[in-house]
Design a protein around this ligand. Structure first.
Ligand code: BG6
Length: 505
């Protein structure tokens, strides 16, 4: 690991992600003295901007960011920013880029260590790395070179394999960092700590004691201004192929032999390799899709998906997806996993719910399986924390049982700030730690697993696409994924609570 002097090059520097996430994250690292004493951030994009223009735009982004509290070093930080305009497909522009990098290096006494962050449309993942390699900017004789790629890595299995092959011609696997910002979330990493630092959970963490596992990532926003991107992608590719399957990987992996990146990533890969393949004819039983339709929320009419900007009026893109699947290995044989995600649901929440099996004999009266299972809720956002639901005796005559919550909230940890996901991941790209980045094999396995669903949904006109009113929990048909008619999805609120008495949406 290192924290070497380097140049952090961002392609797509005039775009939204750079402004909203990347520059605020790098600034935050700077304020905490987590960047080396010598570094340059070089923005690269098509717009013809001067260094001054670029600095001014990024200054705004820092000042407007509500993730940053100490803005007093903004001017100092901005002096490290430079900009170069280029056409991504013009080979000559990469010669100029190389010359500019060399000029900056000699001026500021920085060795060849360089990061290339592709914050660009995915079509450019096939273009920029090839051009960089053509001018030798992948070579490591004068310092390390790292390529950071945003999701989606490919559009389906075939395109992901092609992209992998193309990149691996010029770049080594360890030079490629595939960002999955969910892995940068503190609470997602806490899954590993919960499991492997507490002697009480691990013995129970298997098919003998766990009934089923749920992962929900709900958003109350719609697709905002991303119609052009989203309509060709949909919820399965946007959230499940990457973020949610990565969370499943951490929940279900075997204990790694060490905290070395390779041992953790090996274990996650094994989980992905054990996902039970679906046949196309089974898709209807294991996957449900939905699309939000117009409704009235808090007296305001909210548009349906098909009325949003840049969406085809007859679009069949799913804004909600729920799937049930199994991990066929020794630990998880027979335990169903249920995952769901959607836009325009009632609230923004991501959580994992581990439902433990009920006691083998009901000594006390319990209503149904849902209530009889102890639950461990790992709350990823918001109101980050954990909650364990257990039964206690209701005071008074007889043996009435009621469920109560033992909970912990990160907000209770005084003076401990939760760093943003990009902050953590960008720091790791500088330190050369790729533990929290998706590896080629994982991405390919994830695509392989989802291929039958993707094919069935796009090619079979008989697969229903259920409409759900904006602001509701998606189509009720998603409940049919459960075998037991008494089972339903856990009902998550904005706040970490399992009680129906207090739930903020
Ligand atoms: C992105 C998706 O990767 O994750 C978005 O493209 C989604 O559609 C976002 O809104 C959710 O991230 P978070 O951190 O807000 O849960």
């Amino acid at each position: 690991m290192n924290n070497d002097k380097h140049i952090y090059t961002i392609f797509g520097a005039s775009g939204d992600l750079t402004r909203r996430k990347l520059i605020p994250a790098l600034y935050s690292l700077y304020v905490q003295n987590l960047l080396p004493d010598k570094f340059i951030i070089l923005g690269a994009a098509r717009s013809p901007l001067s260094n001054e223009d670029f600095r001014n735009i990024m200054k705004e982004s820092i000042l407007n960011s509500n993730e940053i509290h100490d803005k007093s070093s903004a001017e100092e930080f901005l002096k490290h920013l430079y900009y170069i305009g280029l056409q991504y497909d013009n080979p000559n522009d990469y010669i100029q880029l190389k010359e500019y990098l060399e000029k900056l290096r000699s001026k500021f006494d920085i060795p060849g260590n360089t990061i290339f962050y592709l914050s660009t449309p995915p079509s450019l993942y096939k273009v920029i790395p090839v051009h960089l390699a053509a001018v030798g900017l992948n070579e490591t004789d004068d310092g390390w070179k790292r390529l950071i790629i945003e999701k989606p890595f490919g559009f389906d299995l075939q395109s992901a394999i092609e992209l992998k092959d193309l990149l691996l011609k010029d770049w080594k696997e360890e030079q490629i960092y595939r960002i999955d910002h969910y892995l940068g979330k503190e609470t997602v990493q806490n899954v590993l700590v919960t499991r492997f630092s507490n002697g009480i959970f691990e013995p129970l963490w298997n098919r003998n004691y766990i009934h089923h596992i749920e992962v929900t990532a709900a958003e109350n926003i719609g697709i905002e201004n991303r119609g052009g991107y989203y309509d060709s992608i949909g919820a399965l590719r946007d959230m499940i192929q990457n973020h949610l399957l990565q969370v499943v990987g951490l929940i279900s992996m075997e204990p790694p032999s060490s905290l070395e990146p390779l041992s953790i990533r090996n274990e996650i890969l094994k989980v992905f390799q054990s996902l039970r393949p679906l046949r196309r004819e089974e898709v209807a039983k294991y996957a449900v899709r939905g699309q939000y339709i117009s409704s009235v929320i808090n007296n305001e009419t909210v548009k349906g998906y098909r009325e949003e900007k840049n969406i085809k009026p007859d679009s069949k893109t799913e804004t909600f997806a729920a799937i049930k699947f199994y991990i066929d290995n020794w630990r998880w044989g027979g335990v169903p996993f249920y995952i769901r995600t959607g836009k325009r649901l009632p609230t923004r929440v991501t959580e994992v719910v581990i439902h433990f099996k009920p006691t083998p004999h009901f000594l006390f009266t319990r209503k149904n399986i849902q209530e009889a299972c102890n639950k461990l809720i790992l709350r990823i956002q918001p109101d980050e924390g954990m909650l364990l639901e257990i039964g206690i005796k209701t005071p008074g005559a007889g043996f009435e049982v009621q469920n109560i919550d033992l909970d912990f909230r990160y907000s209770e940890l005084a003076h401990q700030r939760i760093p943003g996901a990009y902050e953590r991941l960008l720091h790791d790209t500088i330190r050369g730690d790729n533990t929290l980045f998706a590896r080629t094999g994982e991405v390919i396995e994830a695509w392989k697993f989802l291929t039958p669903i993707l094919e069935e949904w796009s090619n079979n006109p008989n697969v229903p696409l259920y409409g759900y009113p904006a602001g509701t929990w998606g189509p009720k048909e998603a409940d049919n994924l459960f075998d037991d008619e008494n089972q339903t999805w856990h009902f998550p609120c904005r706040n970490l609570t399992n009680s129906n008495l207090y739930c903020e949406l």
